[in-house]
Design a protein. Structure first.
Length: 289
């Protein structure tokens, strides 16, 4: 196994000692194009890195790290355990996937953690396990706000944040829009706390009836997009005012069935790559000011 290279290029949006590092999701794309072609495309588009789940085979992991190195891209790793949900088995599986990711020395690990139906104490034990591994390795582990996980809803996450001081989030607030069937105007206290504890952003645009709009550039989603930008702006502003050096943002529009499709043919209603490129270029222009 070869560790991924550390990106030595200056991240985008560098100003006053603060920078934003932009990652492209590999979800639904790298497998279609192959790692070298995908990474070349990512680099040419202006991203700083790739966020990906680790490939299952040793050979594909080698191809991934070689392509990242060849094209000068940083690495963020998505981790989660999707096997047997029985708690002892899940705990061991979760520990294993984190331990497999750490030797790659990613910039961060984005963790989909626990289950929405585990008890507070069971989920807390998983969070404490991740914190122990993070401190021992020096690699930050952030916990993605995600349906079916411990932080599937704003009000539930609020209690975890209030009771666990070390908890840091990857904010994918599109899930909460879907869970609460709203743009969260009645969850402002919980949302504000989550924004204050966000260490990484998944920049996907959700709405009250789904975790992903069909095309973030479409005019019918203007108000929904503006609300997400308001939330992301708050995270960026907090990082700057608190003197933090860097924030990571992953453009994370997904393929079908996250991407809505036409009936019968399952043809996507928009282009996944273009949706992510739209978000990347919008945010780079917005935060370079």
């Amino acid at each position: 196994m070869t560790a991924a290279p550390q990106n030595e290029t200056l991240p985008h949006g560098t100003r006053d000692g603060f920078s934003i590092k932009y990652y492209c999701t590999s979800w639904g794309m790298a497998a279609n194009w192959g790692w070298d072609a995908f990474c070349q495309k990512v680099k040419q588009a202006g991203y700083d890195g790739v966020e990906t789940a680790l490939p299952s085979s040793h050979e594909e992991r080698e191809r991934m790290t070689a392509a990242l190195r060849e094209h000068g891209l940083a690495l963020g790793i998505l981790c989660g355990y999707w096997g047997d949900p029985t708690y002892p088995t899940h705990t061991q599986g979760y520990k294993t996937v984190l331990e497999e990711a750490l030797p790659f020395k990613p910039d961060y690990i984005n963790s989909q953690t626990g289950k929405d139906y585990y008890s507070f104490e069971q989920n807390k034990a998983l969070l404490d396990l991740a914190e122990t591994l993070s401190r021992a390795s020096g690699i930050p582990i952030y916990h993605e706000t995600h349906r079916s996980r411990f932080n599937f809803a704003a009000h539930i996450t609020k209690e975890f944040l209030e009771r666990i001081g070390h908890l840091s989030l990857t904010l994918d607030i599109s899930h909460w829009c879907n869970v609460h069937e709203s743009m969260l105007r009645d969850q402002q206290e919980a949302v504000a706390l989550a924004l204050s504890r966000t260490a990484h952003i998944h920049a996907r645009v959700g709405h009250p009836h789904g975790p992903q709009v069909n095309d973030p550039a479409a005019p019918e989603w203007k108000n929904v997009l503006e609300q997400h930008l308001h939330w992301w702006d708050a995270v960026v502003a907090q990082h700057r005012t608190q003197g933090k050096a860097q924030l990571g943002i992953t453009a994370e529009f997904g393929p079908p069935d996250y991407m809505p499709t036409l009936p019968y043919t399952r043809q996507p209603l928009a282009d996944q790559w273009q949706a992510n490129a739209f978000i990347l270029n919008l945010l780079k222009a917005r935060y370079a000011k």
